[in-house]
Design a protein around this ligand. Structure first.
Ligand SMILES: CC(C)(COP(=O)(O)OP(=O)(O)OC[C@H]1O[C@@H](n2cnc3c(N)ncnc32)[C@H](O)[C@@H]1OP(=O)(O)O)[C@@H](O)C(=O)NCCC(=O)NCCS
Length: 183
């Protein structure tokens, strides 16, 4: 699953050789959206996050955006379908609220594009590739979460047809709301 967004930019599945770059981008993400305070031990969180990224790469659930051959963004998801036979693995559980992700729901855990590469459709491209890939592997819905103060992400999600998931608030994360879109 690969997408050319413009002659200069491409979305492609992440490979293990991309891990260090993606982890650096994740550190920028947590600093920028101001959730770093939620990780008192950022070092341990990075290790844990890297392990999960490794699994997402193995399962083709992690994607990078390249601009002029350089990785400038990424997005990844977790989730299981009824046919996957792996529905009890820990990756089915969200860390924050501990809410189990229903079977058939592809949960976008991370989305980031570096400031210099924004407003060129890369985030839309990343989510588009995830939605197509998830649909073709048997998922029926995509979920994600973001802060109700994150105007850029809210605008992007509504443009792509996401709506707030009623009745689900994330209790221990400030202003975080779930969004869902049927595939
Ligand atoms: C949110 C985020 C991922 C968006 O990335 P992006 O690549 O700039 O997103 P896109 O370019 O696909 O879309 C952003 C805007 O650019 C516009 N756009 C898309 N292609 C465009 C183009 N070729 N020219 C001009 N504008 C364009 C889109 O219409 C959209 O407009 P809107 O904000 O009015 O809806 C990025 O700002 C980011 O990483 N923020 C910090 C982390 C974050 O909030 N992550 C998500 C929640 S955890």
């Amino acid at each position: 699953m690969m997408d050319e967004i413009s002659p200069q930019s491409t979305i492609r599945p992440a490979a293990h050789r991309d891990s260090n770059t993606v982890v650096k981008l994740w550190k920028r993400l947590v600093t920028e959206i101001d959730v770093a305070a939620g990780y008192p031990d950022l070092h341990a969180a990075v290790d844990k996050w890297s392990d999960r990224l490794g699994r997402q790469i193995d399962e083709e659930k992690a994607f990078v955006a390249e601009l002029d051959g350089k990785i400038v963004g990424f997005a990844c998801y977790v989730g299981r379908t009824a046919g996957s036979g792996l529905q009890n693995r820990r990756t089915d559980r969200l860390k924050g609220p501990g809410l189990p992700i229903p079977l058939g729901v592809a949960y976008v855990t991370d989305l980031y594009v570096t400031p210099a590469a924004r407003h060129q459709g890369l985030a839309q491209g990343l989510l588009g590739v995830i939605m197509r890939g998830a649909e073709s592997t048997g998922f029926h819905t995509v979920w994600t979460n973001t802060s109700s103060r994150n105007k850029r992400t809210l605008s992007l999600l509504s443009k792509l047809g996401f709506a707030p998931l009623q009745g689900f608030q994330i209790p221990d994360l400030d202003n975080q709301v779930y969004y869902a879109r049927a595939l």
